[in-house]
Design a protein around this ligand. Structure first.
Ligand SMILES: *Cc1c(COP(=O)(O)O)cnc(C)c1O
Length: 345
């Protein structure tokens, strides 16, 4: 691996971060806060939130079996994705490599940051080869984006290929595990100490049922987390979000129940769906959705919309011709979908 200094944008490496009032004061218990120009009325919303979300990290750390200094929290995983570009990629000089098809935000963030985005097509099983990805890199490739289970295909990427990439690539490897809670595969979080170039992304938006509060997690070595903390907005995770996540983390059994029910429903829905006349193929999935090739994606999508049912039409995505991506809903919602499609001819 290149040194972190070699991978980081020189301006970011040299930067002295903004120091907020909440950063500068820490230590003895204080009761009078006249340092941040806040209004003394309207507690608790009058106070700036903890910029480093220490209480929240202290609950995430044992759950994920990582150290607090290996955790970055952001305004969705999307913030962490954007920070990868802002921290490491010099606009119009550096590039990143990614599998194709995959989650659309990597490319959007690359383009916003004027960073070249190099796509490498998956094979017919939606798998990648480390060798092919490496062949697309050059001296200016700062990062490779992987997503496992992948969106929109649903499958886990081959673990051996990811490991081989982590060993052989001299830049950063991002493994987006937004759907890891639904997967039978072991998380790369457990290998964080083994790979200094690994960044694992997870989120509260899927299994944790908290898409609305915008809370994403990035896990990496403390040096990378330190860089993210240096350039993030000082108060990037608001108080309401921190409070809601803390309360949910005190009841992890609830989340495990949701996951168990959704996995049961996934099996049932896929089973029933495969019997429909419109279904040509269902691809294997380790996520809370599945990709299916249907007889006519556009027409079926529009038919479902007319019935008030929205699925994701992926027909224009690489390797996904005539494919729909279907999220697992409640048992009732899944039945509504099945009933509607039985009326499709
Ligand atoms: C849904 C999803 C996310 C979640 O993003 P947030 O900004 O945390 O809501 C991240 N990565 C992938 C691949 C996703 O599908």
């Amino acid at each position: 691996m290149k040194t972190l200094k070699e991978l980081t944008r020189p301006n970011v490496w040299a930067l002295k971060p903004y120091s907020s009032a909440r950063d500068e004061y820490s230590g003895v218990e204080a009761s009078v806060f006249l340092d941040a120009n806040e209004n003394p009325y309207h507690a608790p919303f009058n106070r700036y939130p903890d910029p480093l979300q220490k209480e929240l990290k202290s609950l995430i750390s044992p759950l994920k079996q990582v150290r607090e200094e290996q955790i970055f929290l952001g305004n969705g995983s999307d913030e962490a994705i954007d920070l990868v570009f802002r921290a490491f990629c010099t606009p119009s000089v550096d590039n990143v490599v990614a599998i194709d098809p995959t989650y659309g935000m990597y490319q959007v963030c690359a383009e916003v940051n004027d960073v070249e985005y190099r796509k490498v097509l998956l094979d017919e099983h939606y798998q990648f080869s480390a060798e092919k990805l490496l062949a697309a890199t050059d001296d200016h490739t700062k990062a490779i984006f992987l997503c496992s289970p992948n969106n929109p295909t649903g499958n886990n990427l081959c673990r051996g290929e990811i490991e081989s990439l982590l060993h052989s690539f001299d830049g950063l490897v991002i493994v987006d595990e937004a759907y890891a809670d639904f997967s039978s595969e072991r998380s790369f979080l457990l290998d964080l100490d083994k790979y200094p170039n690994l960044i694992v992304l997870q989120t509260f938006s899927k299994a944790w049922g908290c898409a609305a509060i915008r809370l994403g997690m990035a896990f990496a070595c403390p040096q990378i987390i330190g860089l993210f903390n240096k350039i993030k907005y000082p108060y990037n995770v608001n108080l309401l979000t921190q409070q809601e996540a803390i309360s949910l983390l005190q009841d992890p059994v609830k989340v495990q129940d949701w996951i168990r029910i959704l996995l049961q429903e996934r099996t049932r829905l896929m089973d029933e769906f495969s019997k429909l006349s419109c279904c040509e193929t269902i691809y294997p999935t380790d996520a809370n959705f599945f990709l299916t090739k249907v007889t006519d994606a556009k027409k079926i999508y529009e038919y479902l919309v007319s019935k008030g049912i929205i699925v994701r039409n992926r027909t224009h995505v690489a390797l996904c011709g005539n494919c729909l991506r279907i999220t697992i809903g409640t048992s009732e919602e899944n039945d509504t979908l099945l009933e509607a499609l039985k009326g499709w001819v």
